[in-house]
Design a protein around this ligand. Structure first.
Ligand code: 13P
Length: 263
């Protein structure tokens, strides 16, 4: 089977003006010039305000949103609907980033509802899961991940589950420059495969892409994506540098090609 990797840039609440967004996009265009990516999908998630400006990127980069409200339309002041995103050319949406769990008190039950709503509107949810530092130190990582996954994926069909992307983002690794070991990552990968096999079946479990997020830098990619068998990365700070995102895509494209030749 052909291996596909993902590089997702979560720009968070950055790029402070239309001009800054334009500058970011033109740097991105320059970095992508003459490069082809067949096995790597690049996804960039800017603030809502700039989404339409990101139409100007080449086809190797797709648009994602950082959040949405799980209703189609109506009296929801200040919210953005999944249909609005879809109609604006957005293909992916981040669901349950730990910053939203913390700031907006999003619960797993709410994230289950958002995941279903995203799927209903043909958006691919990038569902974030991960433990806190405290939970990790208490050796509760497996329990926490199992609980999050079971609630968020409950009642999804096999077909729906197979289209979801999971991002394992341990909260203690976000914005801290602390990283899990390759072994810890591999354990999470194996745990998620086991959980999804139990909930759905082995083929579905294989189809659910699992990314790693938290202090990702390009030098860490071999450990994440090859040794720990993750399907790519969700990138915060480094995604503010288009050069870094394109470099990560290049590393993964090369690796996917190498893996294909080995088979
Ligand atoms: P950093 O890469 O800045 O640690 O952020 C990770 C993240 O939260 C991506 O969603």
């Amino acid at each position: 089977m052909r291996k596909n990797f993902y590089v997702v840039g979560n720009l968070k609440m950055n790029l402070l003006s239309r001009e800054e967004a334009t500058q970011y996009i033109s740097l991105f265009q320059r970095e992508l010039q003459g490069k082809r990516f067949e096995r790597v999908k690049g996804i960039v998630c800017p603030p809502f305000l700039y989404l339409s400006q990101f139409d100007n990127l080449p086809a190797s980069i797709q648009k994602g949103a950082q959040n949405f409200f799980p209703e189609k339309s109506g009296a929801y002041t200040g919210e953005i609907s999944p249909l609005m995103l879809k109609n604006d050319g957005v293909e992916y949406v981040i669901v349950g980033h730990s910053e939203r769990r913390r700031i907006a008190c999003e619960t797993d039950a709410m994230l289950h509802n958002k995941t279903l709503s995203a799927l209903k509107h043909h958006l691919i949810p990038i569902v974030c899961v991960g433990e806190t530092d405290e939970e990790r130190r208490a050796d509760e990582t497996d329990r926490v991940l199992a609980e999050q996954v079971k609630i968020i994926f409950s009642s999804l069909s096999k077909l729906q589950a197979g289209t979801v992307i999971v991002a394992y983002e341990p909260r203690w690794a976000i914005g801290t420059d602390r990283l899990p070991t390759t072994e810890e990552l591999l354990q999470v990968r194996v745990l998620l495969l086991k959980l999804f096999t139990e909930m759905f079946d082995a083929q579905t479990a294989e189809r659910i892409a699992v990314l790693y997020g938290g202090s990702v830098k390009s030098a860490f990619l071999p450990a994440v994506s090859f040794e720990a068998r993750m399907d790519g990365v969700l990138v915060g700070r480094e995604s503010l540098f288009p050069y870094e995102l394109v470099k990560m895509m290049g590393v993964l494209e090369y690796e996917a090609e190498r893996q294909e030749q080995e088979r």
